[in-house]
Design a protein around this ligand. Structure first.
Ligand code: SIN
Ligand code: FE2
Length: 219
């Protein structure tokens, strides 16, 4: 085993799997071995497509900084939520999805029981202390056949994971760097969000949490 794979500061224990609900799994530390390289990839991608705070259709500036890589990217502005092939920041295509990202996503999907996942989009979220993502469903995709794969990097955050109805009482799970959550099938439209990020310092990311959300946006 790689000596620093379970380095105390980066990843203290070996991986484990927790069942969250029918179709939803938490793969603890699944991406620890790739976390440092993934963070470096994100910094490179951000040179091509900067993190920005998008505006919701209701006019609210999101506290989470975002960019995309892949064939399409998720965007929001006053005219709505959607996927598009170009970055509205400069009108160029989104940067390609790094091969390593795709491999993490496909490997996690298989580990959670979803074969054949082909993500065409990776949304990259940056949470600084105070940032949060309110409870929502991922439903702007053209198909719900594919799962969602979500990779946490850097500072820990409280992930809120509910059911298919907004009023179903959600559970709260602390996600740490390298943890991966996969939800699909009967859980594909589960409500989820992220509580306000607490201040802290992480060896990989400094005062920030990064998250990769892999999706199949086009049918
Ligand atoms: C998302 O729902 O897009 C991201 C969730 C997360 O940051 O863990
Ligand atoms: Fe989401």
């Amino acid at each position: 085993m790689n000596g620093n794979l379970f380095d105390d500061n980066i990843c203290p224990r070996p991986p484990s799997v927790e069942h969250l609900s029918e179709g939803a799994m938490l793969l603890r530390r699944f991406a620890c071995g790739n976390a440092a390289a993934a963070v470096q990839c994100i910094y490179e991608l951000a040179k091509l497509s900067p993190f920005r705070h998008m505006v919701t259709p209701g006019g609210h500036r999101m506290s989470v900084g975002m960019l995309n890589c892949g064939l399409v990217g998720w965007v929001t502005d006053r005219s709505g939520y959607r996927y598009q092939e170009v970055d509205p920041e400069h009108g160029l295509p989104w940067p390609p999805m790094p091969a390593m990202f795709r491999e993490i996503a496909i490997g996690a999907a298989i580990r959670a029981g979803f074969q054949g996942f082909e993500p065409d989009c990776c949304l990259i979220n940056r949470y600084e202390p105070g940032a949060k993502l309110s409870l929502h469903q991922d439903k702007d995709e053209a198909t719900f056949d594919a799962p969602i794969v979500s990779v946490s990097l850097g500072l820990p955050a409280r992930f809120v994971f509910g059911g298919l109805a907004r009023n179903e009482r959600p559970r709260r799970i602390v996600l740490e760097s390298g943890d991966v959550v996969v939800w699909g099938g009967p859980a594909r439209l589960a409500y989820h969000g992220v509580d306000t990020l607490a201040d802290g310092e992480h060896a990989l990311t400094g005062r920030c949490r990064l998250n990769l959300t892999f999706r199949r946006a086009r049918a």
